[in-house]
Design a protein around this ligand. Structure first.
Ligand code: SAM
Length: 212
């Protein structure tokens, strides 16, 4: 299943400009090793936010650092604190940050974000969530006390290839518990008295929210 019409998807793909050498290599590595990374459009959306807000970013889910690089490339005084569970991914990401010349703007903390968020120094201006799908709500809950008053939230995979729109018992590629978590979070954010949120069909679907 796909979120956008195939022709629209192809059109958007053809609009994409050439990436930096390291970013292109990360895409190739992710493709080769089956590492899930954000769609380029989501990376660019985050990059635009970083360009304009120059924020302190808290990213949950680094993998090899692809979305981190989109953001870090645009920062002037801002920085990215990024949290990753897996040691091998964290090591690979650090190497890419060095080579891309953004290591001075990125603090990578290896470990379970549900434990490491606590020690993160705020205030955080942009929270980007992209780790274990059924832990999203918990990451947001843990990070909330560290957010600045005007912080924005971006959450990836909120449409899950469009499968969130299918009936609960439909056959799907995404796992049932991930779909259930995304559906619950979409409802929770749209209905929240703490967040002013919308869901956008960018990449795999993102929730985008400001604090009320
Ligand atoms: C979808 S990938 C992140 C992709 C990355 N944001 C990008 O677009 O380049 C999700 C990552 O979250 C990590 N992860 C899963 N559970 C986690 C947790 N509890 N704490 C920190 N990282 C976690 C996984 O190891 C995986 O590398």
């Amino acid at each position: 299943m796909r979120i956008l019409d195939e022709r629209v998807e192809r059109y958007l793909h053809e609009l994409q400009p050439t990436r930096s050498e390291v970013m292109a290599e990360m895409e190739a590595v992710a493709e080769r090793d089956g590492v899930p990374i954000v769609h380029w459009e989501t990376g660019r959306f985050l990059a635009v936010l970083c360009r304009t807000l120059d924020p302190v970013v808290l990213e949950v889910g680094t993998a090899i650092g692809y979305s981190t690089l989109h953001m870090a490339e645009q920062l002037q005084r801002g920085r990215v604190i990024t949290l990753e569970l897996r040691e091998d991914c964290a090591r690979q990401a650090q190497e890419f940050f060095q080579r891309a010349g953004v290591a001075d703007r990125v603090d990578l903390i290896q470990g379970d974000a549900r434990e490491t968020i606590e020690a993160v120094q705020g205030p955080i201006d942009l929270l980007f969530v992209d780790a274990a799908k059924d832990e999203y709500e918990r990451y947001i809950e843990l990070a909330e006390p560290k957010l600045s008053e005007r912080a924005v939230l971006v959450v990836d995979n909120m449409l899950m290839s469009g499968e969130v729109a299918l009936a609960d018992d439909a056959e799907t590629e995404w796992r049932g518990h991930s779909l259930a978590a995304a559906r619950a979070l979409n409802v929770g954010l749209l209905d929240s008295d703490r967040w002013l949120a919308c869901v956008l069909p960018v990449g795999d679907g993102i929730a985008f929210a400001a604090r009320r």
